[in-house]
Write a protein that binds this ligand. Structure first.
Ligand code: GLU
Length: 551
């Protein structure tokens, strides 16, 4: 076709577009951002539930945009209407809110580059397609599903590249008359790229994470607009990332194989190329086979985002975990910098694992424990209460009733160089602090005690009633209980007892152990004196009497 014929064809196919390319280029001007600012986007398709891999890429989008003072936007890629799931879009925005991975712009967040949902941008795509047709880089293709399937089978038998290209691209050079005739006959068509690529030549792409990669040039006449006039992902993302002035496309590495097409599309459309950063999937060691495999929705509870909320993993702790996957040097930095937050870390693509990062539950638990250890008792209280309101309302009520006590318990052993690391999730709190609330303690008391000793309640009651002084510091208390031990035939230290076992009934540690078991129902607990101080004498005595009755 001559240029004039192509123009006629383009007008025939798209007679009623409201604007031309120039309009859109002006409508979506360059962003006014500082030099080096990254514009990133999370561009999910509402075709399934959000999973950990999605959160990871959205998290990376967020941190890179934030640290470079750029913009992070949400774009809904709903071009595949057949695969859309009900509530899919609300689910995406809900998850971003729940997990505090908030774009500053985009679908449901607003912004000047709207609409941020592809189904409302059809005319834009058609405008650019029209231009490609005029310039001879796209054409209508009338091949039927059956024809395409036959070609595919033939290609599979011959072990040649699959797709419509070269001799298989039978509609590539139809004359204007032929096209007109088919359209007049009501034949359906898609718009295909008229790829100028030569597969015997190579292109080089430098990925921000994977580095230099070489591919044969793209030479397939890929579908750009489907029969219903809506675009394929490949075409839509090129137009949108250009008009929305994305600088970095951070996405799963299942898209690496599409790079030659994407690079070609940008070139043909005359767009400045975007930078790509392909993230490898999260992997896991399969319990049954021992092989490393992709983390899966079906087999791994951690993959679905519900898991984190239901189990009470703090969002910020999950962010820490995502940060360790995003940059391999993050974890060490975080553990060594007590007073720092994720925002203080400088992320860089060079520090992102090129191969898959394996999901490490122990690492997640450790980060969670560190997270809790750095929170004040009040913060632990507030966050746990909020979580319990949703997941365990009875416990939330109890927490409220005993707020001051709870904060006190959460604060035990918080100061000092090695704060306690006892809780990893909000759901651990109830069990870990089961001794904190009388009504809970009374129900559970001693059920979990698995020691084999019984303790002398008379001795302990005597100590609490006649000797215990709570209005002092830990050291004074310990000195006093040592004297009590000596007066009652117990050594003042394990060492003294060891040296002279026949002269003593035991040592001061045995007395402390007895008190601990009686007032907490367990052999290990946070600092005993701090617990006693919060409980006060009366409640301690009640618990000793309960012990007497139960054991
Ligand atoms: N809509 C694509 C997907 O959900 C997005 C890929 C991309 O980020 O470009 O896989």
């Amino acid at each position: 076709m001559t240029e004039n014929e192509r123009k006629e064809l383009a007008d025939l196919l798209y007679p009623n577009l409201s604007h031309d390319i120039k309009y859109y280029e002006e409508r979506y001007p360059e962003r006014k951002l500082p030099k080096g600012a990254m514009v990133t986007r999370y561009a999910p398709s509402p075709t399934g539930s959000v999973h950990l891999g999605n959160l990871l890429s959205a998290f990376a989008d967020m941190v890179y945009a934030r640290q470079s003072k750029g913009s992070f936007y949400l774009r809904i890629e709903d071009t595949d209407q057949k695969r859309m799931i009900e509530g899919g879009i609300e689910n995406i925005t809900g998850v971003l809110h729940d997990f505090d991975i908030l774009p500053n712009e985009g679908y449901s967040f607003g912004g000047e580059y709207d609409p941020y949902i592809q189904s409302e941008r059809t005319e834009i795509y058609q405008t650019y397609i029209k231009d490609l047709i005029v310039r001879g880089y796209a054409y209508p293709c009338f091949m039927s599903e059956e024809e395409i399937q036959n070609i595919r089978e033939e290609q599979e038998i011959n072990k040649t590249k699959i797709g419509i290209y070269g001799v298989y691209a039978v509609d590539r050079d139809l004359s204007l008359e032929e096209v007109k005739e088919r359209i007049a006959n009501g034949q359906e068509y898609v718009i295909r790229l008229k790829s100028p690529g030569d597969a015997s030549k190579e292109i080089e792409v430098v990925d921000c994470i994977k580095g230099k990669m070489k591919f044969p040039e793209h030479n397939v006449d890929t579908v750009l607009l489907k029969k219903d006039g809506t675009p394929t992902y490949h075409f839509a993302h090129a137009i949108d990332d250009h008009l929305m002035h994305t600088t970095h496309v951070i996405r799963g590495d299942e898209w690496v194989s599409s790079l030659p097409l994407h690079v070609q599309l940008f070139e043909l459309l005359g767009f400045e190329p975007v930078r790509y950063a392909h993230i490898a999937p999260i992997t896991i060691k399969d319990q049954e086979t021992g092989n490393i495999r992709k983390i899966s929705k079906r087999k791994d509870p951690w993959f679905g985002v519900k898991y984190y909320d239901e189990n009470g993993i703090p969002i910020e702790a999950l962010h820490l975990y995502l940060a360790t996957i995003t940059n391999t040097n993050f974890e060490e930095w975080y553990l060594n910098n007590e007073d720092k937050k994720i925002e203080d870390f400088e992320f860089s693509f060079e520090k992102q694992a090129i191969g898959g990062t394996s999901f490490d539950e122990a690492k997640l638990v450790n980060l969670c424990k560190t997270y809790f250890s750095r929170k004040s008792g009040k913060e632990v209280y507030e966050e746990t209460h909020k979580w319990a309101e949703k997941h365990d309302p009875d416990y939330a009520n109890l927490l409220e009733k005993h707020k001051e006590d709870m904060i006190g318990f959460f604060n035990i052993e918080k100061d000092g160089p090695r704060p306690r690391k006892d809780i990893a999730k909000y759901s651990d709190v109830k069990e870990e602090f089961s001794y904190a609330i009388d009504s809970m303690f009374e129900k559970e008391a001693y059920k979990k005690y698995d020691g084999d000793k019984t303790y002398d309640t008379d001795l302990i009651l005597d100590y609490i009633n006649n000797d215990l002084e709570l209005d002092c510091n830990n050291e004074e208390w310990f000195n006093a209980i040592k004297l009590f031990a000596l007066r009652n035939g117990y050594a003042a230290s394990p060492k003294d007892y060891k040296n002279n076992p026949d002269s003593y009934k035991g040592h001061v540690g045995d007395i402390c152990e007895a008190i601990r078991v009686m007032i907490t129902g367990r052999l290990k607990s946070p600092d005993l004196f701090s617990i006693m101080k919060i409980l006060g004498k009366d409640r301690i005595i009640q618990r000793i009497n309960l012990y007497k009755k139960t054991i």
